[in-house]
Design a protein around this ligand. Structure first.
Ligand code: ADP
Ligand code: MG
Length: 699
């Protein structure tokens, strides 16, 4: 049934076909509903009036009451403008129009009292406001405009067509007057009363025309809650559905390989956290339900080992496993590590990446389809390749933030009837709120403990004036037998530039340490070259490694104890943390030195300060999200969840998100298919609004 909000925006009085076209093109607004859900980005308190004598050009917005003293059109042609001298008894200022000069002049009235609103600036020592909003006192009496003025984001194109924020205020007012009594409630009545929410219609009215801050707060809460609640409902329903529809393989025994590895091959004791996680995984895979678990653990917490032992459980139950990494280097490294751990166990482990040769592939494919090979490690070539397993029972995905939900789904398709268990590992701690959304359909395990004997990494932030001390420090560490990473940022506009940057850095380093063997690795090298350079560093042949962020993930060189990050202000927080995780892997005290220029933004200062203050990846992730906002974080784009949040903010609305998730979970427990009369409204809501998700596949 087409409702009030489904009407074409061009039929709204004050819009018409031309403006409708602009709104659609610039803001994707096609219907009344799209418009009413186009929320303001800020509000200005219109109850506050200033005196002209108080005003200076640095104020963001001002509102003044006064009268026009004179009105003159000056200049000709392009330079023509209308200047009004405006006074309130405490002083005078200029109001200036460059457009519709004649029309403005005719419509302004010297005898009337005006309220002027706009952004002040200064010209030739006089304060002026260009294109102010003018309202005469009489007009104001007639209009029920709120105390706060809402501001909307508009594009340059819109402004050219006089569709500015102020015009949107007027159009919105019209829409809201028409909408009175026509906006249906979208949440179940029980829920609305339980949470004491205001109705949708009230919320949508207030969000555009708030009368006071209390109402505004309630309106925002209601809208944020609904937005997050629907996402959670969607994700949890998906999970619910998957658990009901798909059976999982049952790995019931802990057998020969697992036990033998644990008793004879494992070179150290597992940490308590690793044991706890392995227990959670064992419970998952022994339930007849597909496991979908996210394993979070800070860099160096020993996730790979947990993955390996999970793969051994699969082997013991007659299943194959694969481990998927985001880069070739990392795949190669996992392959090396795992092969080494398993040396002497008599198992067959393979490696498949984009650069695997055709002939190697053929051998791999055969070994996989015959079941002779138990473990396959690779990049996403694994998905794209025509690999067919004999019986794939477990997929481990490392550094999942680079794989999307859709890619995960494609892996399932490798098994037709029963999807393999999925273990997703991430070393980039994800803020809780984001995890609940991007990975909201997964169960979460956390390794919150580092293997014993690790000393916390010491982090310092220095400016260029300390270069000499830093070099002395490097020298001293080298003399103690340690190795050093020096990382240069990607400037990313051109790969050539980055390379130049890096090569210059390399030159500086070799000049400062002419007697020290120094290697280099960057993204433009061929995989073999990269591997070669990394191997030399790993084996201690080279002592300093000059690199770009290609070393960001996973590379393990325990003897490297110093990480120098050049132009650290250019890196994101999670990237800095990730890079720092490359050191501190051995028994020695490790150091991370952040070099930056003197002039850095406040945000960079906060990032570097956070790095110096804490080693806790989760704390860092929270700060990162607050600074950048969730949309910027890696992975959210590809997540497929649709992060087009209109009002809620994952960085700030964690509490509301938690509430939304709990309520969604309770509701689904009671009514999984949303068939109760009170809940039908949700089903309708999800079916119409959430276009990126095929809800109908569930019911
Ligand atoms: P992550 O993948 O979580 O960053 P890794 O699995 O690469 O961490 O482990 C980091 C290092 O710690 C590796 O050298 C690994 O062999 C070692 N390690 C893992 N678990 C333990 C443990 N329980 N005790 C000692 N060392 C461990
Ligand atoms: Mg790892």
């Amino acid at each position: 049934m087409a409702g009030f909000l489904d009407q074409d925006i061009k039929f709204l009085p004050g819009v018409g076909p031309k403006r409708a076209e602009t709104l659609t093109k610039e803001l994707k607004i096609k219907t009344f509903g799209d418009l009413i859900y186009y929320f303001p980005y800020k509000y200005i308190d219109r109850t506050k009036f200033y005196k002209i004598s108080e005003i200076h050009a640095q104020m963001p917005y001002i509102q003044i009451k006064g009268k026009i003293q004179s009105l003159d059109i000056v200049g000709t042609g392009n330079k023509q403008r209308l200047t009004a001298r405006f006074s309130d008894g405490t002083g005078s200022m200029d109001l200036i129009w460059f457009q519709s000069v004649k029309w403005q002049k005719e419509n302004l009235d010297i005898s009337k009292q005006y309220i002027v609103f706009g952004k002040p600036s200064e010209f030739n020592g006089r304060i002026n406001v260009v294109h102010p909003e003018m309202e005469n006192e009489e007009e104001k009496q007639l209009k029920p405009s709120g105390m706060f003025q809402a501001f909307y984001i508009t594009s340059e194109n819109m402004k050219k067509k006089y569709l500015n924020s102020r015009t949107l205020n007027k159009i919105m007012l019209m829409l809201i007057q028409l909408a009175k009594g026509k906006i249906r409630e979208t949440l179940p009545g029980k829920l609305v009363s339980k949470l004491k929410l205001i109705s949708l219609e009230e919320a949508l009215t207030i969000i555009h025309i708030p009368e006071n801050t209390v109402d505004l707060k309630n309106a925002r809460f209601r809208l944020k809650f609904e937005e997050l609640f629907l996402i959670q409902l969607k994700i949890l329903a998906l999970k619910h559905h998957r658990e009901n529809k798909f059976k999982g393989f049952r790995f019931e025994k802990i057998g020969y390989n697992f036990n033998r590895f644990y008793a004879d091959f494992l070179p150290f004791e597992l940490t308590e956290a690793q044991k706890k996680v392995l227990k959670e995984i064992r419970r998952d895979v022994n339930r007849n339900i597909q496991m979908n678990r996210l394993l979070q653990g800070d860099v160096g917490s020993g996730k790979t080992l947990v993955a390996l032992m999970t793969m051994l459980i699969a082997t013991d139950n007659g299943f194959q496993s694969c481990l998927m990494a985001p880069t070739e280097i990392l795949a190669q490294q996992h392959f090396n590590t795992i092969s080494k751990f398993l040396e002497g166990m008599g198992m067959k482990v393979g490696l498949l990446t984009g650069s695997s040769k055709q002939a190697e592939r053929k051998v791999l494919h055969e070994a996989l389809s015959s079941g002779e090979m138990q473990i396959l490690i690779g990049t996403h070539a694994l998905i794209e390749d025509a690999v067919s397993f004999q019986n794939l029972g477990l997929v481990v995905i490392d550094e999942q933030h680079r794989f999307g939900v859709a890619q995960r789904a494609r892996l399932w398709q490798k098994n037709e009837l029963i999807p393999p268990h999925v273990l997703v590992m991430t070393a980039t701690p994800i803020p809780r709120t984001l995890a609940m959304t991007v990975y909201g359909d997964l169960d979460v395990s956390v390794i919150d403990e580092l293997p014993p004997g690790r000393k916390p990494i010491e982090t310092h932030h220095f400016f260029e004036n300390r270069r000499k001390q830093v070099n002395n420090f490097i020298r001293q560490q080298l003399e103690n037998g340690r190795q050093i990473y020096i990382v240069y940022p990607l400037i990313s506009e051109s790969e050539k530039m980055d390379l130049k940057n890096l090569e210059e850095g390399f030159r500086h380093v070799t000049e400062a340490f002419p007697d020290v063997r120094t290697g280099m690795v960057h993204g433009r090298m061929k995989p073999v070259q990269k591997e070669n350079a990394m191997q030399k560093f790993k084996q201690g042949e080279t002592k300093i490694m000059v690199a770009t962020t290609v070393i960001e993930v996973g590379v393990d060189v325990p003897n490297a104890s110093v990480m120098i990050i050049e132009s650290a202000e250019r890196f994101g927080l999670s990237q800095l943390h990730q890079l720092r995780g490359r050191v501190g892997r051995g028994a020695e005290q490790s150091y991370c030195i952040l070099m930056s220029s003197y002039k850095i933004s406040n945000e960079s200062r906060k990032r570097l300060g956070t790095m110096v203050r804490t080693n806790d990846g989760f704390e860092i992730a929270e700060v990162d999200m607050k600074l950048r906002g969730p949309g910027d974080l890696e992975g959210t784009q590809q997540s497929g969840i649709g992060f087009d949040l209109k009002i809620a903010n994952l960085g700030k609305d964690g509490e509301i998100l938690k509430l939304a998730r709990d309520i969604a979970s309770d509701l689904l427990a009671e009514d999984p298919l949303l068939q109760k009369a009170d809940n039908r409204v949700l089903l309708d809501n999800l079916k119409t609004k959430q276009t990126d998700f095929n809800w109908s596949s569930i019911s």
